[in-house]
Design a binder for this molecule. Structure first.
Ligand SMILES: NC(=O)C1=CN([C@@H]2O[C@H](COP(=O)(O)OP(=O)(O)OC[C@H]3O[C@@H](n4cnc5c(N)ncnc54)[C@H](OP(=O)(O)O)[C@@H]3O)[C@@H](O)[C@H]2O)C=CC1
Ligand SMILES: Cc1cn([C@H]2C[C@H](O)[C@@H](COP(=O)(O)OP(=O)(O)O[C@H]3O[C@@H](C)C(=O)[C@@H](O)[C@H]3O)O2)c(=O)[nH]c1=O
Ligand SMILES: [Mg+2]
Length: 297
């Protein structure tokens, strides 16, 4: 099996290179070799490589910056996945694509299912929704995995931001009224490898159906709870790290103004993923501990 991975240096892309390795030949391309801001180049790239599977882990993920760069975000997160999908269709490849909890407005009281109505509240969310729609319209064989609150040992994420700020400041103020489940990039990559294996078998047997699936850790918290867990876990997993932080204060989002609005509820039910692919995602606290142990190595 030949697998093309985009966004090779991202949190998920980096882990995919490792998780997909047992499945076959992995061609992991970074932004230099596969640039989603130039969607018109993607058809030729795919036609040249003729992959069996395309895993699109590249994305414009700067949520606040997207407010002032919506056109670029929409090209990268909307138009480019559409081009990849049409290219996948023409070479008969399966497309795996990631989307986000930020396609929802966060007004639901329980966890979101895949069938809940979408209504993004920021430019990033709108651009990711455009990608979902473009892929669905292409009619290629595809699976869209909606994930959330991604963290990893490398890259830009909340865990690394907290470790940095916690080493610099005594008091941190963190939003406590946005709820979700932090999801480890490695778990996303491992789940993806399992999904690819199962999907390729289904395609071979002629009983594959494209669709959308939530992919999130089990359990839930809010950003403040996540921050507290990061510091508590770091104290045991990363004892050599000197932390200045003595207090993490819970605040409402209204006290932490940002260019982009964020949904109050980011919780995603992973029941459909479990039912179709037999995947049980770990509790976010277990994933966090393992990720911090990884950072310590
Ligand atoms: N991060 C999160 O919290 C969440 C992410 N997702 C989705 O999961 C997927 C993976 O995200 P994640 O790994 O966390 O994101 P990262 O921001 O860690 O990685 C994204 C990668 O995309 C690359 N990229 C950016 N612009 C382009 C471009 N024009 N052409 C090619 N590559 C580009 C970046 O390149 P470079 O390294 O050069 O900057 C980076 O390596 C994305 O679809 C994202 O929308 C969903 C929910 C939550
Ligand atoms: C640094 C910091 C952030 N915050 C808040 C801001 C925000 O509400 C929350 C998280 O901040 P971040 O900037 O990490 O969050 P954000 O970049 O919005 O994270 C999102 O990224 C995109 C790509 C997704 O798809 C989403 O699932 C989600 O993971 O924490 C504080 O309250 N205090 C702080 O000191
Ligand atoms: Mg961010």
């Amino acid at each position: 099996m030949k697998l093309l991975v985009t966004g090779a240096n991202g949190q998920v892309g980096w882990e995919l290179a490792r998780s997909l390795m047992p499945l076959g030949e992995v061609i992991a391309l970074d932004r230099r070799r596969c640039d989603l801001s130039r969607p018109e180049t993607l058809a030729a790239l795919v036609a040249d490589l003729v992959p069996d599977v395309i895993v699109n882990a590249a994305a414009y993920t700067a949520v606040d910056k997207a407010e002032s760069e919506e056109a670029l975000a929409t090209t990268i997160n909307g138009a480019a996945p559409g081009e990849l999908a049409r290219a996948a269709k023409s070479v008969g490849a399966l497309l795996i694509h990631y989307s986000t909890d930020y396609v929802f407005d966060g007004s639901k009281s329980g966890p979101y299912t895949e069938d809940d109505p979408v209504a993004p509240v920021n430019a990033y969310g709108r651009s990711k929704l455009a990608g979902e729609v473009a892929i669905r319209e292409s009619c290629c064989d595809h699976l869209i995995l909606r994930t959330t609150w991604v963290f990893a040992a490398r890259g830009g994420n909340f865990v690394r931001t907290m470790l940095r700020l916690g080493a610099e400041r005594e008091v941190l103020r963190v939003v406590a009224d946005q709820h979700g489940a932090p999801t480890w990039a490695r778990n996303i990559a491992d789940a993806t490898a399992h999904v690819v294996t199962r999907a390729q078998r289904e395609r071979c047997d002629g009983d594959f159906a494209s669709g959308i699936f939530n992919l999130a850790s089990a359990g839930e918290t809010n950003w403040h709870g996540f921050a507290e867990a990061i510091f508590a876990t770091a104290r045991t997993a990363l004892p050599e790290l000197t932390m200045k932080v003595a207090s993490v204060e819970p605040i409402p989002a209204s006290a932490y103004p940002t260019p982009a609005a964020r949904p109050a509820n980011s919780r995603l039910s992973a029941d459909r993923l479990a039912a179709r692919f037999g995947i049980a995602m770990p509790q976010w606290q277990d994933a966090l501990r393992r990720c911090l142990e990884d950072i310590a190595r």
